[in-house]
Design a protein around this ligand. Sequence first.
Ligand code: SF4
Length: 360
Amino acid sequence: MTRKVMVGDVAIGGDAPVSVQSMTNTDTRDIRSTLKQINELYESGCQIVRIAVPDSEAAEAVKHIKKESPVPIVADIHFDYRLAIKAAENGADKLRINPGNIGNKEQLTKITKVAKERKIPIRIGVNSGSLEKDLINKYGGITAEALFESAENSVEYMMDTGFEDLVLSVKSSDVVLNYQTHMLIKDKLDIPLHIGITEAGTVKTGMVKSAIGIGSLLLRGIGDTIRVSLTGNPIEEVKFAKEILKSLGMLDNSINLISCPTCGRCRIDLVEIAKDVEKMITSLEPEMEKYKPGKIDVAVMGCVVNGPGEAKNADIGIAGGKGKGILISKGEILASVPEEELTSALEKEIRRRYFGDLND
Ligand code: SF4
């Protein structure tokens, strides 16, 4: 098990649940737009938000952003150690640096001194794109061994300054290389791990790479916090990160949608119904924290012949007939419902069972 660090009120590592994070793509100096996006990320379920701090004005903006942010803020710093110090002094809940490009040990020690005083952790980010040349030469390219050695050196370098409140990320855009590197890390370092596939691509390709890259590691018990990295709206990153956790049964108070691919037996417009049910599930998400219904499996099946059987493990679901369908729970038929009322009947039953809504 990894050690635990606190980022504001969110724990990373140890026995803490895997947290979801993302990064704003606004100009941090534009405080209003950045806060707007942070709030949208929060509403989508993001627990930690990183912001880029490329200059002194952005480091100054951290003060105002932090004051109004509903989630802990991570300041992302490259090259200039003074920006890291300023961001920490201005209230950042965590710093993200790459020790390789931040300067010498004296400058690094100045950062860790402030981080210690402010009791905030530092994430060391090792990236395949910025791997040290000597390691590339030593291993004959960007390999898992080279990335692991770079990570090990960075951790040692930070620990030498007397700072231990670390989070480590070692990312590659190559899913296989990412996996192999973490296989080397898993038993050798006990630093909490931030995992993700870097530069994963657009929403479509990025989702696939992230699902495999993050999912394969989480299944091995590796990873304490995740970031899905997409060329697109960061809100999509959060939604998709939550889907990954949901698929692995790692997201408390969530509704997992199961729907069949349809076949020649299907006599209802299941594709549209499944879309409606998906929307309905999303609309219930804001109430999850209040009612804490646990993990609910909802099945949407195309036919009554196989539907109830195929959905027998689902907590609640629907199965189509001709112009109508049935409401089912754990394979048991609850009611027969006209096709156009299936989604609303399903919602009503979910609300009745899990949200304490006893109204008809
Ligand atoms: S549930 Fe029915 S419609 Fe859907 S795939 Fe199975 S047999 Fe076909």
